[in-house]
Design a protein around this ligand. Structure first.
Ligand code: SAH
Ligand code: SF4
Ligand code: F3S
Length: 482
C-alpha cells in the first residue's frame, strides 16, 4: 500500500542561494531531545549507515550515529539486518548521485524482508528539489528524506514516520544556524575531524556545495577549543580542522577571530598532529603562514585545490586567483615549510575549456610537481551558473585530457615518492595488516601512506620508519629506534 506523504519542508535552491549578511547566525545549544517512546521502540533495534561524501559528510554521519546510539539503536554492518538504514549522500558530481540511486534500488529487498524497516536518505543530494522529486516518484521504499540542516531533529522524524506510518520530507534551506551540543560517535580513536565552520559563500560556478550546505557559519572559538581539548585528553593523536574554506574562518563572526589565531590556539593544546582542510588559495594570511612555520605539530602538508591552470577558466569558475598567484603561493609555502607536501584538486572539461587552457593546467602541474592529486571530469550541477554555460567540448576530448592529466601527475607523484627512499620519517600507526600483525600501516607527517614492518603494540603511536621502497600507492619501510 502506498504511504501517505507528510511534507514538513521541501528544499528550495533560490532560498538556499540567499546570503543575507545582516541576518545573524543563530547558535542553538539545546541538548538532544529523545522522545521516551522512541527509546522504548529502539531497544534491541539496529541501524546501518552509509556515508558517500567529503569529510563534512563523514562528520554528519558521526553526529547521526551519535544521535541513534543515544536513542538506543545498535550498529550493524549489514543493511539487510537493520531496522533503520540511513544513506548520507553527496551531490558533488553525477557519479556520486548514481551510486546512491543504485543503493536505494537494492534496499527494496530489505523492505520485502522487513516491511517495518525505515529507510532514510539525507545529505547533500536531498537539498536539491529535483532529487527529492525523483525519490518521491520512483522509490516508494524510502520513508524519510531529510536535509543537512535537519539532522538534530532525527529522533522526532523517525518517531513521526513510525507512528503515523507516513513518509516524511523535511529539508530546510536555511540562511544559517550552528547547532552545538549534538552527540558525535567517533569509531576511530586515533584521528578525529573537528568542524570549525559550516557552509560556503564562495559560489564557484561549478559547485553545488554553497546551495546544499548554506551560508558560511563559523563556530565560536571557545566551542572548538573545548572539543579539541577533550580529544587531546582522550588521547587522540591527530585532529583535522574542517571547513569548505578554513582560511576564511571567523570572517562571519564579529569577534575578531581568524584562522591563523585558531590554528595557534589549537596547536598549543598539545595535540601531537594538527591538520586542516580545505584551504582556498584566495584567503591566505601572514598569520597562517607564521603559525605553520612556528608550530612543529602543524603537519607539513597542505591541500591546495588548483581546479584549473588557465586564467580564463579560473575567472569563469569564479575562483578569484590567477595561475601566477597560485604558483607564488606554492613558492611561499615551500619557503616557510621546506618539506611541505602539496596535494590538489583539478577539474578537466569545464565548459569550453580549450586545448590551450588545458595545456596551461599541465604547465602548473609541471611547475608545482604535486605529491598527490584528485582529478575530476566536470559534471554540470542543476542550479549552478556552470550548468547554464554552453559547452561545445566533446566528451571524448575531455576524457583524453583527463588521461593526459593523470599521466602527467603520476610522473611527479612517483618522483616525490621515490625521494623518500632511504629517509627516516615519522609515521602515526593506525593499524595492522589483516594477514600479518607485524605489518603496520599509517601516515607520515606529510600525509603519505606507509606500510612497514614494526611492533604491533605501537598502534596509536608515532614511530620512526626507514623507507625502503616506493610503490605507486604507498611507501614501504621498517620501524627503527632512532
Ligand atoms: N571546498 C573545497 C571543495 C569541496 S568539493 C574547495 O574549495 O576546494 C571537492 C572537489 O570536487 C573540488 O575541489 C572540485 O575539484 C570538485 N568538484 C566540485 N564540483 C564539481 C563539479 N561540478 N564537477 C567536477 N568536480 C567538481
Ligand atoms: Fe565549492 Fe568553491 Fe565553496 Fe569549495 S570554495 S565548496 S569549490 S563553492
Ligand atoms: Fe559532497 Fe556535500 Fe561534501 S556535495 S563533497 S557531501 S559538502
Amino acid at each position: 500500500m502506498k504511504k501517505k506523504v507528510v511534507i514538513n519542508a521541501s528544499p528550495d535552491l533560490k532560498q538556499a542561494a540567499k546570503r543575507n549578511k545582516r541576518e545573524p547566525i543563530i547558535f542553538i545549544r539545546d541538548n538532544l531531545v529523545v522522545p521516551s517512546k522512541l527509546s522504548l521502540i529502539a531497544k534491541d533495534k539496529k541501524y546501518f549507515i552509509r556515508t558517500y561524501g567529503c569529510q563534512a559528510n563523514v562528520l554528519d554521519g558521526q553526529t547521526i550515529e551519535g544521535i541513534l546510539r543515544e536513542v538506543g539503536y545498535e550498529y550493524t554492518d549489514n543493511p539487510m539486518e537493520a531496522d533503520l538504514v540511513i544513506l548520507n549522500t553527496c551531490a558533488i558530481r553525477e557519479n556520486a548521485e548514481d551510486k546512491v540511486f543504485g543503493e536505494i534500488g537494492s534496499l527494496k529487498a530489505l523492505k520485502t524482508k522487513n516491511p517495518n524497516a525505515i529507510i532514510g536518505v539525507c545529505g547533500c543530494m536531498t537539498q536539491q528539489p529535483h532529487i527529492v522529486e525523483k525519490i518521491q516518484k520512483t522509490y516508494p521504499q524510502v520513508d524519510l528524506i531529510f536535509g543537512t540542516h535537519n539532522i538534530h531533529h532525527l529522533p522526532q522524524l523517525i518517531l513521526e514516520s513510525m507512528e503515523k506510518n507516513v513518509r516524511i520530507v523535511e529539508v530546510y534551506s536555511k540562511e544559517g544556524e550552528v547547532i552545538e551540543n549534538m552527540p558525535c560517535h567517533r569509531s576511530d580513536k586515533i584521528k578525529a575531524f573537528v568542524n570549525i565552520m559550516y557552509g560556503c559563500d564562495k559560489f564557484c560556478t561549478y559547485c553545488i556545495v554553497p546551495y546544499t550546505r548554506g551560508k558560511q557559519r563559523s563556530r565560536i572559538k571557545e566551542d572548538i577549543l573545548k572539543e579539541c581539548k577533550a580529544l587531546v585528553e582522550e588521547g587522540y593523536q591527530e585532529i583535522t580542522l574542517l571547513g569548505q574554506n578554513v582560511n576564511a574562518y571567523g570572517k562571519d563572526l564579529d569577534d575578531g577571530s581568524s584562522f591563523g589565531e585558531l590554528l595557534v590556539e589549537v596547536a598549543k593544546l598539545g595535540i601531537p598532529r594538527l591538520r586542516f582542510t580545505t584551504s582556498h588559495p584566495w584567503d591566505f594570511t601572514e598569520e597562517m603562514f607564521k603559525a605553520m612555520g612556528t608550530y612543529p605539530n602543524i603537519m607539513p602538508f597542505i591541500h591546495l585545490p588548483l581546479q584549473s591552470g588557465s586564467d580564463d577558466v579560473l575567472r569563469r569558475m569564479g575562483r578569484r586567483y590567477t595561475s601566477k598567484e597560485y604558483c607564488a603561493l606554492v613558492d611561499k609555502l615551500r619557503e616557510i615549510i621546506p618539506n611541505v607536501s602539496i596535494s590538489t584538486d583539478i577539474i578537466v572539461g569545464f565548459p569550453n575549456e580549450t586545448d590551450q587552457d588545458f595545456e596551461d593546467t599541465l604547465n602548473v602541474v609541471r611547475y608545482v610537481k604535486y605529491d598527490s592529486a584528485f582529478t575530476f571530469i566536470y559534471s554540470p550541477r542543476v542550479g549552478t551558473p556552470g550548468a547554464k554555460m554552453e559547452d561545445k567540448t566533446p566528451h571524448e576530448v575531455k576524457q583524453a585530457r583527463f588521461k593526459e592529466l593523470v599521466k602527467t601527475l603520476a610522473i611527479y607523484e612517483r618522483e616525490k615518492a621515490e625521494a623518500y627512499v632511504g629517509k627516516i620519517i615519522p609515521v602515526l600507526v593506525e593499524g595492522t595488516s589483516k594477514k600479518d600483525k607485524n605489518i603496520l600501516s599509517g601516515y607520515s607527517d606529510t600525509n603519505k601512506l606507509v606500510n612497514f614492518k614494526g611492533d604491533y603494540t605501537h598502534v596509536g603511536k608515532i614511530v620512526n620508519v626507514k623507507i625502503t621502497e616506493a610503490t605507486t600507492y604507498y611507501l614501504k619501510g621498517e620501524e627503527v629506534n632512532e
